[in-house]
Design a protein. Structure first.
Length: 218
């Protein structure tokens, strides 16, 4: 092989590497990933009417982290929560409403701000506790025992279809439904917990053998 050809080949490879590095460093679009917390919190919520607040709404809190591993910033334009009972064909489709946070002096959630597009800067992360509200103007949220499919849809571009989709499954128990009914009677917005995927309860009494089976050798 001629030395001139080898030199030309090396120069071509170097140019391609330089172009690739330049693209990855300056021109690659934002690459945003979503990490959803393992617990979906829900509570009975009042909704406003001309005659005052009426109980029967349904609120959700979901912790979400967005991470951008690109060198260019990106934007989250919308987040939607889909709750789908697997025992019928209904889908409760909700858009994000507010960003929430923990009250500084009391153990309860409070509104932090109304939702707005989230800017995720290059190689940075943004975490929010996102609130979704189902207001039953057309149909009440019918809470029943059983399994539910949960989907979180995220738009990073203004298109019809979302760019990021998270899917999981959770279970509403009789304890959930009984507590919910009591809270409605007392007009109490008590927050309850639904586990997503393989997430374990915050507190659980087990045996040593069950612990080893669950977590392996630790």
């Amino acid at each position: 092989m001629a030395p001139e050809f080898i030199a030309l080949l090396i120069s071509g490879i170097s140019l391609l590497i330089s172009l690739l590095v330049t693209y990855l460093s300056y021109f690659r679009p934002a690459n945003i990933e979503m990490y959803v917390g393992g617990r979906l919190l829900f509570y009975p919520a009042p909704y406003a009417t001309v005659d005052g607040n009426v109980w029967g709404g349904f609120g959700f809190y979901l912790p979400i982290t967005f991470h951008n591993n690109s060198t260019r910033g990106g934007t989250i334009f919308e987040v939607r929560l889909l709750v789908q009972p697997i025992f019928n064909s209904i889908t409760y489709d909700m858009s994000w409403e507010e960003f929430a946070g923990m009250h500084p002096d009391e153990r309860r959630f409070v509104s932090k701000s109304v939702v707005q597009p989230i800017v995720v800067r290059k190689q940075e992360s943004v975490s929010e506790l996102v609130q979704f509200i189902w207001t039953p103007y057309a149909r009440p949220f019918e809470i029943e025992e059983g399994d539910y499919d949960i989907q979180v849809l995220v738009w990073t571009r203004r298109t019809q279809k979302p760019q990021i989709v998270f899917s999981s499954r959770t279970k509403i128990t009789k304890e959930h439904t009984d507590t919910y009914k009591k809270c409605l009677e007392q007009e109490l917005p008590l927050t309850m917990e639904l586990l997503l995927g393989n997430t374990h309860s915050t507190c659980d009494l087990t045996t040593q053998s069950e612990t080893k089976k669950r977590y392996g050798s630790i």
